[in-house]
Design a protein around this ligand. Structure first.
Ligand SMILES: [Zn+2]
Length: 127
Protein backbone atom coordinates (compact mmCIF):
# COMPACT_ATOMS: atom_id res chain seq x y z
CA UNK A 1 0.00 0.00 0.00
CA UNK A 2 1.36 3.45 -0.86
CA UNK A 3 2.24 5.75 2.00
CA UNK A 4 0.71 8.77 0.32
CA UNK A 5 -2.73 7.26 0.58
CA UNK A 6 -4.70 9.35 3.02
CA UNK A 7 -7.01 6.44 3.65
CA UNK A 8 -5.99 2.92 4.51
CA UNK A 9 -6.94 -0.13 6.45
CA UNK A 10 -5.44 -0.70 9.90
CA UNK A 11 -4.66 -4.11 11.35
CA UNK A 12 -7.48 -3.60 13.84
CA UNK A 13 -9.93 -3.63 10.93
CA UNK A 14 -10.87 0.04 11.04
CA UNK A 15 -10.40 2.41 8.18
CA UNK A 16 -7.95 5.19 9.00
CA UNK A 17 -8.49 8.55 7.35
CA UNK A 18 -5.57 10.86 7.91
CA UNK A 19 -7.69 13.95 7.43
CA UNK A 20 -9.71 13.03 10.51
CA UNK A 21 -7.40 14.23 13.25
CA UNK A 22 -9.20 12.53 16.13
CA UNK A 23 -8.47 9.18 14.49
CA UNK A 24 -4.72 9.53 14.27
CA UNK A 25 -1.67 10.85 16.08
CA UNK A 26 1.79 11.79 14.86
CA UNK A 27 4.93 10.08 16.05
CA UNK A 28 8.57 9.60 15.09
CA UNK A 29 10.03 6.15 14.57
CA UNK A 30 13.31 4.64 13.56
CA UNK A 31 13.25 3.37 9.97
CA UNK A 32 15.90 2.33 7.46
CA UNK A 33 15.49 5.73 5.79
CA UNK A 34 15.85 7.94 8.85
CA UNK A 35 16.28 7.31 12.61
CA UNK A 36 13.51 9.83 13.18
CA UNK A 37 10.86 9.38 10.51
CA UNK A 38 7.58 11.19 10.98
CA UNK A 39 4.70 8.81 10.82
CA UNK A 40 1.09 8.25 11.77
CA UNK A 41 -0.45 6.18 14.51
CA UNK A 42 -3.99 4.95 14.97
CA UNK A 43 -5.71 6.17 18.14
CA UNK A 44 -8.25 3.39 18.06
CA UNK A 45 -5.71 0.63 18.71
CA UNK A 46 -2.39 2.45 19.25
CA UNK A 47 -0.68 0.90 16.24
CA UNK A 48 2.04 3.05 14.69
CA UNK A 49 2.40 2.62 10.95
CA UNK A 50 5.80 2.15 9.40
CA UNK A 51 5.35 3.19 5.78
CA UNK A 52 9.05 2.82 5.03
CA UNK A 53 9.82 -0.71 6.19
CA UNK A 54 6.31 -1.83 6.95
CA UNK A 55 5.20 -4.89 5.19
CA UNK A 56 1.67 -4.88 4.01
CA UNK A 57 1.06 -8.47 3.08
CA UNK A 58 -1.25 -8.58 0.13
CA UNK A 59 -3.99 -11.09 0.46
CA UNK A 60 -6.19 -12.31 -2.30
CA UNK A 61 -9.19 -14.08 -0.87
CA UNK A 62 -11.77 -16.01 -2.77
CA UNK A 63 -15.03 -14.24 -3.54
CA UNK A 64 -16.73 -16.08 -0.69
CA UNK A 65 -14.02 -15.24 1.86
CA UNK A 66 -14.02 -11.63 0.74
CA UNK A 67 -17.75 -11.41 1.37
CA UNK A 68 -17.19 -12.45 4.98
CA UNK A 69 -14.35 -9.92 5.33
CA UNK A 70 -16.52 -7.19 3.83
CA UNK A 71 -19.40 -7.94 6.21
CA UNK A 72 -17.04 -7.76 9.22
CA UNK A 73 -15.54 -4.56 7.85
CA UNK A 74 -18.98 -2.95 7.47
CA UNK A 75 -19.77 -3.84 11.07
CA UNK A 76 -16.49 -2.58 12.54
CA UNK A 77 -16.72 0.65 10.57
CA UNK A 78 -20.36 1.13 11.53
CA UNK A 79 -21.96 1.39 8.12
CA UNK A 80 -25.73 1.72 8.01
CA UNK A 81 -27.65 -1.07 6.32
CA UNK A 82 -28.10 1.10 3.23
CA UNK A 83 -24.36 1.86 3.13
CA UNK A 84 -23.52 -1.79 3.70
CA UNK A 85 -25.63 -2.75 0.69
CA UNK A 86 -23.82 -0.21 -1.46
CA UNK A 87 -20.47 -1.27 0.02
CA UNK A 88 -20.99 -4.96 -0.75
CA UNK A 89 -21.94 -4.13 -4.34
CA UNK A 90 -18.77 -2.08 -4.73
CA UNK A 91 -16.64 -4.87 -3.22
CA UNK A 92 -18.14 -7.27 -5.73
CA UNK A 93 -17.45 -4.88 -8.57
CA UNK A 94 -13.79 -4.36 -7.59
CA UNK A 95 -13.29 -8.08 -7.01
CA UNK A 96 -14.52 -8.72 -10.55
CA UNK A 97 -11.63 -6.61 -11.86
CA UNK A 98 -9.47 -9.48 -10.63
CA UNK A 99 -6.23 -7.66 -9.86
CA UNK A 100 -6.80 -5.97 -6.52
CA UNK A 101 -5.83 -7.29 -3.09
CA UNK A 102 -8.37 -7.58 -0.28
CA UNK A 103 -7.23 -4.37 1.45
CA UNK A 104 -7.35 -2.40 -1.79
CA UNK A 105 -10.83 -3.64 -2.58
CA UNK A 106 -12.15 -2.79 0.90
CA UNK A 107 -10.59 0.68 0.89
CA UNK A 108 -11.73 1.56 -2.65
CA UNK A 109 -15.23 0.31 -1.97
CA UNK A 110 -15.31 2.30 1.28
CA UNK A 111 -14.18 5.45 -0.54
CA UNK A 112 -17.07 5.05 -2.95
CA UNK A 113 -19.48 4.70 -0.04
CA UNK A 114 -18.08 7.95 1.40
CA UNK A 115 -18.63 9.68 -1.94
CA UNK A 116 -22.13 8.29 -2.06
CA UNK A 117 -22.79 9.57 1.47
CA UNK A 118 -21.51 13.09 0.77
CA UNK A 119 -23.39 13.27 -2.54
CA UNK A 120 -26.52 12.37 -0.64
CA UNK A 121 -26.00 14.93 2.11
CA UNK A 122 -25.37 17.76 -0.36
CA UNK A 123 -28.41 16.79 -2.40
CA UNK A 124 -26.43 16.10 -5.55
CA UNK A 125 -27.59 13.22 -7.71
CA UNK A 126 -26.60 9.81 -6.38
CA UNK A 127 -23.86 7.78 -7.99
ZN1 LIG B 1 -6.00 0.39 14.35
Amino acid sequence: MEGDDSIFLCECGKVVREEIREDTFKDYINTSRNPSTRTTGHRNCGLIFNFVDGKWPKKYSSKKELKTLAATFAEINELSSEETGKFLLEVDRFKSCGKLSDDEILVYAYQNVLKYKSAKSTGKPLL
